[in-house]
Design a protein around this ligand. Structure first.
Ligand SMILES: N[C@@H](CCC[C@H](N)C(=O)O)C(=O)O
Length: 276
């Protein structure tokens, strides 16, 4: 099996192309290959597959073997992969995802290779039961949640996958590994959740640290950055265009008032190719 190790701001993936469909046993393979001590090491295993409704289809398996509906950093890596490897010569492509429909992608090509990618991430889902949370409300904004003896307030956003956004005084130094795993499996999130801890720096800039469902602490999360911007607008904290600074670097996120779509712009990089 040939693979390419790629990353988007340090959120890293083992990318595999050439299969017709998601192979059975992909969950166990992801657990084995994503292991940083006994495998290649990655946050997820990503398959690029043929699609009947788009130019390509993407499936992503988290490092714990669970499948995610969508992944912002992976879709940028997939877009770079298909262009740089001659699977398309188009600068605008479409990618089918499991839970966020078909997404339109614009490639910024420099010297024949994709440098950055702008993805139309679609419309955010805010209805509480659809995110999903157990809160039966049209929107779940600044809502109380208790973990052990600590009270947080969260805003729920789905970008195809669920996110719980929490504002803290200092996201950069926040104890992610203590609270992230507890919130990920909190009973208010029936399909578990990704958790973003956010500090607003000004109306066009936030810091964010993420605990990902099925992968733990990662250096960046594209859908998490989108959820952060949407949440920050809903809470009146930022404008509709802002930079989200993650541990691995910056993503530029826009929530368009006209079409209600969220747009994410950021880099994608190849690390190495290999054969198993
Ligand atoms: N890193 C991703 C999200 C990957 C999936 C996530 N762990 C989930 O289970 O929803 C991103 O860049 O969006």
């Amino acid at each position: 099996m040939k693979f390419t190790k790629m990353h988007g701001l340090g959120n890293d993936f083992i990318v595999v192309a050439g299969e017709k469909e998601l192979p059975s046993g992909a969950d166990q393979l992801a657990i084995r290959l994503c292991n940083r001590f006994f495998g290649i090491g990655a946050d997820g295993l990503v398959y690029i597959l043929p699609s009947e409704t788009a130019d390509f289809k993407m499936r992503i398996i988290n490092s714990d073997g669970s499948e995610a509906e969508q992944c912002g950093n992976a879709i940028r890596c997939v877009s770079k992969y298909v262009y740089d490897n001659g699977m398309t010569d188009k600068a605008e492509i479409t990618v089918e995802t499991l839970g966020a429909g078909v997404q339109k992608v614009q490639l910024n090509v420099q010297n024949g290779k994709v440098a950055t990618v702008r993805v139309d991430m679609g419309q955010p889902i805010l209805e509480g039961l659809q995110v999903p949370t157990t809160v039966d409300q049209a929107e779940v904004i600044d809502y109380p949640i208790e973990v052990d003896d600590r009270q947080f307030r969260f805003t729920a956003v789905s970008m195809g996958n669920p996110h719980c956004v929490i504002y803290v005084d200092d996201a950069v130094n926040f104890d992610l590994s203590l609270w992230g795993p507890r919130l990920e499996v909190h009973p208010m999130f029936p399909r578990k959740t990704n958790v973003e801890f956010v500090t607003v720096k000004n109306r066009e800039h936030t810091d964010m640290r993420v605990w990902e469902r099925g992968a733990g602490p990662t250096l960046a999360c594209g859908t998490g950055a989108c959820a952060t911007l949407v949440s920050s607008v809903l809470n009146g904290l930022t404008d509709r265009r802002a930079t989200v600074s993650l541990k691995g670097g910056d993503l530029f996120i826009e929530w368009d008032e006209a079409d209600n779509h969220v747009y994410m712009t950021g880099p994608a990089e190849e690390v190495f190719k290999g054969t198993l």
